[in-house]
Design a protein around this ligand. Structure first.
Ligand code: ZN
Length: 486
């Protein structure tokens, strides 16, 4: 068996063959830190956390680079208008770097809550001016960029003569010519679709650095090209991000790499699909975004209540990363219920009756999970297998199936590896709570048993009915009463 990855560049699944095994280089576009992270930020973070975890599980030594965009780029990447970080700084009377620090810290806190492993390197755009300027210089030297009034623009038309600008996104330069608007302040460009590699800062622009061409700032696409090359080399294995970054960001990264180094930088391009709210993309521009903190607190008009970080993680993993996920309270509540059930089963494993023989097969589940994950990280199928296995555990628990001690150990380690290790989910109630519940339930069942011995059936039934209201089910077996969540 071998891992296959859907390569957006070739629009098909390909067998994963790293350039320099056992090393794998992976670059994922990180956040622009000028606001709180929302559900749309959680998805790429979780998607590539799964890729990171699984590649390490397969034995690869992964260098995972995820950047922080802390240079104020211009609104909508139109190479015009005010930059987002600068705007926030002005509004809140802060230094731009105070805005950056504040939102970077909050982003990290949210990522920890979602149990996202830290990347190996988290470089900032502002910390890599020299590398970006050097790459712009190389592109000019190779004839694919031009200077206009202190700004440097990528010459898309010239590049497209012997390269294909659009090979990732499928866009055609003729369509771009018709569809890109000429915006104020862009008259200096040869073509409206040319993008800035370096932009001269106007006097009101807060974040700027010296360069051979002007006091200014790099174009947005530059930082990922320059930092990817610095930490992963001129060619590396995986570049990931949300589908919304396909164009112009990743398309332009490909053009920059070819213009500077004469070849592509990336072997496998991976893109996660979007989160939608009632069918529309979640985003600031549509004003329908819900921040992660709002999910965790329930403090938002679209939310009927709070949802825990693990519920959000489970909710996202229930869909394949290339499918859209539509947000609704009902869907989140269903996810929460499903996850709770799965963890209740995991708890049962420790108290299962050991048998001499197994009446059901559990060993094939490992290969099934591997097969699903090898198929372009199919987490919903992995979850489906874990649910199937939980049905078996419940059967063993109520006596309708048997497992040997060896098989019980196997099931335990399977959940540890897959549910906790690879899917990164954990039971949020914690060990202490579950021990307390076990203790209290033991006491309640004893009281009920003695009520029955005393022929006080009214009390025995009341205990059963009250517990039913809490979704706790009591089953009378020949070994006494057993309980479980419905
Ligand atoms: Zn990027």
């Amino acid at each position: 068996m071998s891992l296959t990855i859907y390569n957006t560049l070739h629009r098909k699944k390909e067998i994963f063959e790293p350039i320099k095994p056992p090393h794998v280089g992976m670059y994922v576009c990180g956040p622009t830190v000028y606001g709180d992270a929302h559900l749309g930020h959680a998805r790429p973070a979780i998607t590539f956390d799964i890729v990171f975890r699984y590649l390490m599980h397969l034995g690869y030594k992964v260098r995972y680079v995820r950047n922080i965009t802390d240079v104020g780029h211009l609104v909508n990447d139109a190479d015009a208008g005010e930059d987002k970080i600068g705007k926030k700084a002005r509004l809140e009377e802060l230094e731009p770097m105070e805005v950056v620090k504040y939102y970077t810290d909050r982003y990290h806190k949210n990522m920890d809550q979602l149990n996202i492993l830290h990347p190996s390197i988290e470089p900032t755009a502002s910390g890599h001016m020299i590398e970006q300027i050097e790459m712009v210089r190389k592109i000019i030297e190779n004839g694919f960029a031009y200077e206009a009034k202190g700004s440097i623009y990528f010459d898309v038309e010239k590049y497209n003569k012997d390269h294909n600008y659009g090979k990732l996104s499928g866009r055609k330069i003729e369509e771009l010519r018709e569809n890109t608007r000429e915006l104020a302040g862009q008259e200096e460009k040869k073509n409206s679709f040319d993008f800035a590699l370096w932009k001269k800062a106007d006097p009101t622009h807060l974040m700027h650095w010296p360069s051979p061409w002007s006091e200014g700032f790099p174009g947005w696409h530059m930082e990922c090209s320059a930092m990817g090359a610095k930490y992963l080399g001129e060619t590396f294995d995986i570049h990931g991000g949300g589908m919304d970054l396909l164009f112009p960001h990743h398309e332009s990264e490909i053009a920059q790499a070819n213009a500077a180094n004469g070849h592509d930088a990336v072997k496998y391009w991976m893109h996660n699909n979007m989160i939608t709210v009632e069918g529309q993309k979640m985003g600031k521009s549509l004003n329908n975004f819900i921040t992660l903190d709002e999910f965790f607190s329930g403090n938002q008009e679209k939310l009927t209540r709070a949802y825990s970080p693990m519920t959000i993680r489970f909710f996202i993993l229930q869909a394949h990363y290339r499918s859209t996920v539509d947000f609704s309270n009902e869907a989140l509540q269903a996810a929460e219920k499903g996850m709770k059930k799965l963890f209740e089963t995991v708890k049962l494993i420790n108290n299962l009756q050991v048998s001499k023989t197994s009446s059901v097969e559990v060993q094939p589940f490992e290969a099934l999970c591997v097969k699903a994950m090898d198929d372009d990280f199919n987490t919903p199928i992995v979850l489906a297998h874990l649910f199937d296995l939980s049905r078996i555990i419940n059967q063993v628990n109520d006596g309708s199936a048997t497992l040997t001690a060896k098989d019980i150990e196997f099931v335990k380690s399977l959940y540890n590896t897959w549910l906790i290790g690879l899917l990164g989910l954990h039971d949020e109630k914690g060990e202490d709570d579950s021990q307390l519940v076990e203790y209290l339930m033991g006491t309640i069942l004893e009281l009920r048993a003695s009520a029955k011995v005393n022929k006080d059936y009214a009390t025995a039934d009341k205990i059963r009915d009250e517990l039913a209201k809490l979704n706790i089910q009591i089953k009378d077996t020949k070994d006494g009463a057993k309980w479980g969540f419905k």
